[in-house]
Design a protein around this ligand. Structure first.
Ligand code: ACO
Length: 164
């Protein structure tokens, strides 16, 4: 992962209108499938389930559904919720999903998407939370690097929290 690659990243991160989301849905499904290759036990497998999940993610908080574009082509997305009820912490910012197309992983795309979301959540909250698969080592290492700490576990899912 060279710094040159990161400097040349040149991506645009933005929200989608509902018509745009509908237009891009098939591409977003492909990104999800590509990003989760090798991590099947932590991801939906059936196309129908992925489609319903992505629609739910968008509907939950369209303002927190951000897509990274390179040369007008989507290469990753993050989906969150600005006002999420956590059993332990009350209302916090929640990240439901973050996925980068496999060929673009390790180039700083996930970091940029996460930073943008953190900036958006900062004005309302001092905590941000997410769930990640207990053996999803790459994502756990990524989130630890980004300042998240493990705060619990339910079944195969680790709870991670970051003070923002
Ligand atoms: N080990 C150690 N550090 C790592 C690793 C790793 N395997 N992967 C990334 N990092 C570090 C990088 O070194 C980098 O640090 P730096 O800026 O100091 O150099 C930092 O994390 C950011 O890395 P990015 O290149 O931005 O990470 P990427 O674009 O690959 O996105 C992500 C990370 C989202 C986990 C991606 O790999 C992915 O899509 N994985 C599959 C889907 C997935 O597991 N998503 C998370 C599920 S949990 C949820 O969504 C709430």
């Amino acid at each position: 992962m060279s710094s040159t690659l990161k400097e040349n990243l040149n991506i645009v991160i933005r929200t989608l209108s509902l018509p745009e989301f509908k237009d891009l849905l098939n591409k977003l499904i492909e990104i999800y499938q590509s990003g989760y290759k090798g991590l099947e036990k932590y991801a939906y497998q059936k196309r129908h389930d992925i489609k319903s999940y992505l629609k739910w993610l968008y509907k939950t908080d369209p303002e927190s559904f951000l897509v990274a574009f390179k040369n007008n082509r989507p290469i990753g997305f993050i989906a969150g919720c600005r006002f999420w009820q956590d059993k332990l912490y009350g209302e916090i910012g929640e990240i439901h999903e973050l996925v980068v197309d496999k060929p673009f992983q390790g180039k700083g795309v996930g970091k940029k998407l996460l930073q943008e979301t953190i900036n958006n959540f900062k004005k309302d909250h001092d905590k941000i939370g997410l769930w990640v698969g207990e053996h999803n080592d790459q994502a756990i290492a990524f989130y630890k690097k980004m300042g998240f700490k493990v705060g619990g576990q339910v079944g195969k899912w680790l709870r991670m929290i970051k003070e923002i």
